[in-house]
Design a binder for this molecule. Sequence first.
Ligand SMILES: Nc1ncnc2c1ncn2[C@@H]1O[C@H](COP(=O)(O)OP(=O)(O)OP(=O)(O)O)[C@@H](O)[C@H]1O
Ligand SMILES: [Mg+2]
Length: 1012
Amino acid sequence: MLAVRRVPFRRLTPQPSSCLSTRHSYSTFLASPVLAATRRETFALRIGQHSQVLQWHQVVQIRGAKRQVEVDLDDLPQGAIDNGLERLPAQDDEDHEYPPLLQEVRNNMLKFSHCVVLTRVGGFYELYFHHADEYAPLLNIKKTKRKAVRGSKRPAVPMAGFPAYQLDRYLKILVQDLNKHVAISDEFLNDAVSKAKGEPAYTRRVSRIVTPGTLIDEHFMDPWENNYLLSIHVDSEVLGKGGAVKESPGTQSVSSMLNFPRTEVGLAWIDLSSGDFLTQSTDIASLPSAVARIKPREIVLDSIFQEKEHLRMVSILQEDGHVITFQDPLEQPLTISDWVPMLADVVEDFDAANFSAGEVAAGGSLLHYVKHQLLGSTTRLQAPIRHQAEDHMSIDKNSLRALEIRTTIRDNNHEGSLLHALKKTVTKSGTRLLTQRLSAPSMSLSTINDRLDLVEEMVDYPQLRQDVIALLGQTFDSLRIVTKFTVGRGDADDLMELSKTIFTTSEIVHVLRDHSTSRKSILIDPENATVELRRRNCLPSLEKRFELMKPLELAQRIQEAIDEEGLSEFHRIENDEAAEMVDAAQDVLGREAGEEDLKALPKKLQPKPHMLAPSVKGATDGRDDVWIMRRSASKKLKQLHEILDSLTEEKTHLEQQLRLKFCAQSLTLKWTPNLAHIAHVKGKDVARVAAHYPKSLSSSKTTRSFQIPEWTQLGARLDETRYRIRNEEQRVLGELREEVIQNLVKIRRNAAVLDELDVACTFAILAIDNHFIRPILNAGTAHNIVGGRHPVVEAGLADGGRKFAPNDCLLGDDERIWLITGPNMAGKSTYLRQNALISILAQTGSFVPASYAEIGLVDKVFSRVGSADNLYQEQSTFMIEMLETAHILKEATPRSFVIMDEVGRGTTPEDGIAVGYACLHYLYHVNQCRTLFATHFHALTDLTKGFEKLGCYCNDVAEEPDGKFSYVHRLRKGVNRQSHALKVARVAGLPEGVVAIAAEILQQLKPASATH
Ligand SMILES: Nc1ncnc2c1ncn2[C@@H]1O[C@H](COP(=O)(O)OP(=O)(O)OP(=O)(O)O)[C@@H](O)[C@H]1O
Ligand SMILES: [Mg+2]
């Protein structure tokens, strides 16, 4: 059964309720029951005369029928919803409103209807109403019911919850695994004035919406990968026209960006966790590859793309499993000047004129979206960087997959991928840089050479390398840490990590400087002067990019302010409390947990709501004082600690006085959560003190507690001082946070240089461990690789004690295409891929697995290898093959590098040969790019005889008289018309009978197949 969900009314900017307009229509798209996996959630809003329409629909999967339900405004809850504090009228409520908590939850659920609402109640986050029904089973938490009003006949409200400190764990399930949008409603303490007016003690307000693309510092984020949110801007009118004209004949479902009219596409993407902000202008045909390279966690698209004529574009993006959120366009799109407030305020090198209209539009919609997910809290992004397609080698979507650059083709595993083989980085952000570089290698000879110089320096000077690696290992992910400060998070631990990283950075600078100085003292060999001078300059130019003066002052200040021992003691206590909470939590939730139930918890288990301002009570928790700041952190702190010291002395003095006065040696002055300030005595002393204070507060057989006015007064002064110390600590912390923000740009720049060092050291280690050599890159269009190897296959073979046979690849003016034949399992596919990978590695700035490599810059790498059926998208094996081939033939330039593995194998041999030949013909005459083409259609070698610049190469099987055989992986010039498929079949375990029949049939077919 389908439930019709009402679409709530929401406004984004606080405005007087009078400007709510009265003519609206809303739409909810509902999943077809048959395709239950399909779900769209939507909400819309329009405000006043400056009506903005905002609509966020989260699409988890598309496909499936779409049904539209129109809901009239009058049917919708309206009214005061501007700042989250006012109430919506209760729904379905004949007699009463809900009590405050439930009403607040209800309001938030209506207001953020596209989200799962998590409401903080004391030490718990809770789900209510249908959210509890829906998500408790998915989160594997216990669902219970709670009476809305005691004694009411109304049905109890479903609820479920988990302890607040487990928020990350459950957010991970909701956001990361289920791709949900989650609205987090936190508790805020109301001030005394509102409480006096009868307002409740707390207000709950949604402080943030968490979506897959807007993670900031959640622990479940992958530290090794960027968490990008991407916005795509395409002119829908241009696309719409194309959709009608370019419908593929025969079938309408085939989707390829190539069928759309060429138009500019603006891209803008950010990583909120690191502040990275990038833009790119591309065209529609390259869109899937650009998106595959960026690998966003969430894509924001204009809601116009939900309309029928655009669904094809959306489905192309979704084929790759992208999560898409639709957003209605703003009537007044953001201009580039609107970006500035969201950028770090010290941005100097941001030139607005550089961005294309598409990029500005994409950036505007992206920032608009982010702003509303953060609900007013600010973010300071890095100045946007333009990704210029011409500055980077483009690795198309299929090549990223086929060459297994980030994941393996078969099961999408990281292990077995190129990145996995290369990942010797010691820092997380270094790994992120490595991934970025591998996905978009450089096209600039000077950039590549600079990177290679650095790698070579690290290869040649092991001590330098080891020192840098050891120091990098002591740094923290400062890019992600500083971002926490920009969104008002960031605690004392983050400050400590930051300051340690700054100090370590300064040590790294010393290491680099010492190295440069010692290098200078050696005379330069005049024969190599140019190369040597460039090499010697690589470290000083890197070193110059560090900006350490101000950050070091900050680091020093942090070290002087924060008491690390106090901080770790503080964590120890926190951990103990958390452990106690775990035990209590399930117990509490087993009952009808709510505010009342929490109050019933044993006092020491009552959670301290972290959102609440520090209170006097919080300062006197009965424990020894644990301070996270040194007393020297501020003048005031010093004074307050002196006061506290003298009060503590006074306490000791008073204790002694009282002991003497009552002759009670066991008397101690204490504070307990239940009784506050008490004097505690035991044994015979009980009677003596009782004579003076007949009214005891508590007693047992042998002990008794009394209230003593002097101690109560002194205790109050102690409490107040502690409270003031905590406040002062918070103030100093705030100051330090502000200083971090002041240093934001410098810290980020330093982090970027550290990442470059990390990547250089990684490539150096790889080069040494795997015998890679420095490639020579030039502006030509030839490949001259001698003794090339496949970095991943070689490593795999080495694990099993086997050797990889190296092969040359000499493509260029003499032979632009190599047509490769040979037995199954002889290494054709491996050879094709290894040469593409060598080019990618070289332009990434890495040494390469070969004994010599001189390579002309490659602008685009294309691969057509293996077949992945996509029957769900109504694409057959051959259709996929042709879609990918079409893409290559349309896009490859004379500077590109193409590998084609068995094109045409998905159909009859005749059709396959025909298509294969036509492709070769086109690549040879039109694209004129470097191509490696492997095939089992031997006829192709005959058909292409007239192609002067096409060379035929093959590998072999070596057979021994006793029937044993081995593969000769080494390529030789010529054609091998033997595929030896049955040998592979036998090794694979095909029943002998089957192999025998196959051999017989093969014999009969031979004359016919000789031409193939
Ligand atoms: N140069 C080499 N040296 C050593 N072993 C190799 C080499 N190239 C490939 N191999 C081994 O041979 C296996 C098969 O290689 P590959 O898949 O490239 O063969 P193929 O010729 O493409 O076969 P098919 O025609 O069946 O597609 C690889 O998994 C690897 O273990
Ligand atoms: Mg193969």
